[in-house]
Design a protein around this ligand. Structure first.
Ligand SMILES: [Zn+2]
Length: 309
């Protein structure tokens, strides 16, 4: 089961006791269903338990609906519907609607308490929302073709400080929450606390992994320190070349200079391996430092000579 389906499953298992909150859950289902008008309600979902949840919630409010499985090539779709005229009438009485409203907007009179808000938002998420697996990214979104409803829904989330955003994608309105803390809070608010905990676990895991990455970056920094050290030696060797000083140096130093020029990027230990017979790392280090010292002495002597002219 995907992370989103698990979160939805958890929400449908949450108990709703107060009549006002029950009605708010049904209202959320109606608003985010495929249609909700004078014909009644049709909700289509790929999750059978969401369709059953809708049927149960409406049943508890005294409105009888049907659940049907519709076979499709991409997998079955479950349809919850209230179509019988006497049930459609009860439905509109429940919400105080007619089904002939020009545009669907959230009626604040149907959201009385905090529980109502949570039930309504959770129902919207159940019917047309999704949440990305937190191992990939943090994103919770709800889709609706109804623009005024999307605006109201965004305002509702903003009121509860979930920092929502709204956009349009392929003619559909998208209300989404991206910051991990807000996705966490929203999941908890809707009743999916386990999903919220899983998200927090992922965050801890990611932050540990980032720390490891930072450490790796430090290793890379050490590598470039090596490169800088090598560059110092190479500059010294270059200077000795320019001054035709290498030939006058002992064989061991000339050899060290040659190898360093041949393998400019190798770390000291590896460079030491390039000698036949191999020499010790400290032995090589000593020779390279000697080369730098010789170059430095020559430079100073030249400068002093120049000052005396
Ligand atoms: Zn309530």
């Amino acid at each position: 089961m995907s992370f989103a389906s698990e979160a939805k499953k958890e929400i449908t298992q949450k108990k709703i006791a107060k009549p006002c909150c029950l009605r708010a859950a049904c209202y959320g289902i109606a608003c985010f269903a495929k249609y909700f008008d004078a014909r009644g309600i049709v909700l289509q979902t790929e999750l059978s338990f969401v369709a059953q949840y809708a049927q149960k919630m409406f049943g508890r409010c005294g409105v009888a609906g049907t659940v049907e499985e519709i076979a499709r090539t991409g997998g079955a779709v479950y349809e919850f519907a209230v179509k019988a005229p006497e049930e459609v009438e009860k439905l509109h009485t429940l919400f105080g609607t007619t089904g002939r409203e020009p545009s669907l907007q959230i009626d604040p009179r149907l959201l009385i308490c905090q529980g109502c808000m949570a039930a309504y938002i959770a129902a919207a998420f159940l019917c047309s929302g999704t949440v990305t697996d937190p191992s990939k990214e943090y994103n919770l979104e709800i889709l609706t073709p109804r623009t005024n409803l999307a605006k109201d829904f965004e305002a509702l989330l903003a009121e509860h400080e979930f920092a929502p955003h709204r956009t349009r994608r392929k003619g559909v309105n998208l209300v989404y929450v991206k910051a991990s803390g807000h996705v966490e809070d929203l999941l908890t608010f809707m009743g999916a606390s386990s999903a919220s905990l899983r998200l927090m676990d992922q965050k801890v895991y990611k932050s540990l992994r980032n720390q490891t990455n930072r450490r790796t970056n430090c290793d890379t920094a050490n590598l470039s320190k090596t490169a800088n050290a090598n560059a110092g030696t190479l500059r010294a060797i270059q200077y000795l070349h320019e001054e035709n000083a290498l030939a006058a140096l002992p064989e061991t130093l000339r050899q060290a200079a040659e190898k360093r020029e041949q393998y400019p990027d190798l770390a000291l230990a590896e460079l030491a391996q390039q000698f036949t017979p191999a020499i010790s790392k400290s032995g090589l280090s000593h020779r390279l430092k000697k080369l730098e010292a010789v170059a430095e002495q020559m430079k100073q002597r030249k400068e002093q000579a120049a000052e005396h002219v």
